[in-house]
Ligand binder design. Structure first.
Ligand code: AMP
Ligand code: ZN
Length: 405
């Protein structure tokens, strides 16, 4: 197991973010481990016996560069809540044992039982909050045109996270050949059957919710003093490579977003309202949590540059929850101020010709639910009153549907 000695110790709170990025250096890397007591020592496991000669140095240089970038502009904490939650051991394993969460394709899960009840109950709250902000409801597709992703800047900033959608060529012979190959291979071999058949397509699985909204309004001039407000619950897809684990980092997750688009001062005001909303929900659920300035998961090569920009202007606020078992913070939501980025790239303008501004809030539902189990345990009767009220409202609603027939 190669071990690298870094020039400076990496603080524990930076380690997960650094490791997540380092996996992208080489697909043969299987695991990373920082020494528990000495943050300068980083070892990694490699799939094949022979580690490429240049790799340890690249790991060292990249880790140091990421650490420098994280140190350069520390995040600011706006809010911290520290209730004395007992926490529970191995929440993910317990959820799986109870059958409420079942791993499906790598990075995806089936939910039912109490986990799904809480998921739907929380979303009912988030939706209600959106409606109170006068949001119009939307239902967006899971698929998004590559053109929209390119326009949004996604394919420059996060190409490694993209999930491209492919299909068979529209050609009878090719379809027949594919069928023949399927007939002769076992179901376990089905993954191989795509080799040589996949036709490139101009679509991907949507990594986020709000791009659809900007695309819907592309090329429009908004009325004076406009503030468009929208909300939607959508599946989101991000390929997270080796960092995919349990419910903490998924390939498919579900996000509710609240989106504002329009006049700069109105958008700015709404952003403050979104941060207060997050805070209020954290208090209601009594989560050990914090709201901090943060940056997006940019790719290695331009991580530093883009992070500096986002951090300098306080453009991203992350809602982080504490995971007692892992002793780690996990982002369960974010509030993002895009300034006029999407207005510009999607050609959405204000009457005077200036590009519109936008901001959005995203609730990561999978992580919200996971955190409640991880911090409050598995007995809803012992959950904080705020969470019980949310769950009971949902259960009453479901019970009413059952008897309404
Ligand atoms: P972001 O747009 O990166 O700020 O993500 C918004 C929220 O979506 C995050 O705060 C998470 O709660 C959730 N999220 C993002 N990526 C993942 C993932 N890979 N797995 C689960 N939840 C995620
Ligand atoms: Zn968004």
């Amino acid at each position: 197991v190669p071990e690298i000695i870094l020039e400076q110790p990496v603080p524990r709170e930076f380690q997960p973010e650094i490791v997540k990025n380092l996996y992208w250096l080489d697909g043969g890397i299987e695991s990373f481990a920082f020494d528990a007591t000495d943050g300068r020592r980083l070892s990694f496991g490699y799939r094949k016996a022979a580690v490429p000669e240049h790799l340890p140095l690249r790991v060292k240089q990249s880790a140091e560069r990421l650490a420098r970038s994280l140190r350069a502009i520390p995040s600011k904490t706006l809010f911290e809540l520290k209730p004395a939650n007992a926490g529970c051991a191995a929440p993910y394993d317990q959820l799986v044992q109870r059958g409420w969460v079942r791993p499906a394709a790598h990075g995806t899960h089936v939910y039912r039982g109490l986990f799904l009840d809480l998921f739907l109950a929380l979303d009912a709250q988030f939706r209600q909050a959106a409606l109170r902000l006068e949001a119009e409801e939307y239902k967006f597709p899971a698929i998004i045109p590559m053109e929209t992703l390119a326009r949004a800047g996604y394919l420059n900033s996060f190409p490694h996270n993209a999930n491209f959608v492919c299909h068979l060529p529209e050609q009878a012979e090719a379809v027949e050949r594919f069928k023949d190959r399927m007939k002769s291979s076992s179901p376990e071999g089905a993954t191989l059957s795509l080799d040589g058949f996949c036709t490139h397509s101009a679509t991907a699985l949507s990594p986020t919710v709000c791009y659809h909204f900007y695309q819907t309004h592309a090329g429009q001039t908004l009325p004076a003093d406009a503030l468009l407000t929208a909300t939607a619950l959508s599946p989101c897809y991000r390929y997270e490579g080796k960092a995919m684990r349990g419910l903490r980092r998924l390939r498919e997750f579900t996000m509710r977003e609240i989106i504002f688009l329009g006049e700069p001062t109105l958008v700015q005001k709404r952003r403050e309202a979104l941060i207060s909303l997050q805070r209020e929900l954290l208090e209601r659920c009594q989560l050990h949590s914090a709201i901090r300035t943060a940056s997006d998961p940019f790719f290695l090569d331009d991580y530093d540059k883009k992070r500096v920009f986002q951090m300098s202007f306080d453009l991203k606020h992350e809602v982080q929850a504490w995971l007692p078992e892992e002793q780690e913070w996990l982002a369960i939501g974010s509030v993002n101020h895009h300034q006029d980025h999407f207005g510009k790239v999607f050609g959405i303008t204000l009457p005077e010709g200036m590009p519109a501004q936008s901001c959005c809030l995203g609730f990561g539902l999978d992580r919200w639910c996971m955190t409640i189990f991880a911090q409050h345990g598995f007995d809803p009767n012992c959950w904080p009153e705020g969470v019980r009220v949310i769950l009971d409202a949902h259960r009453r609603h479901t019970a009413a549907l059952k008897t309404a027939a």
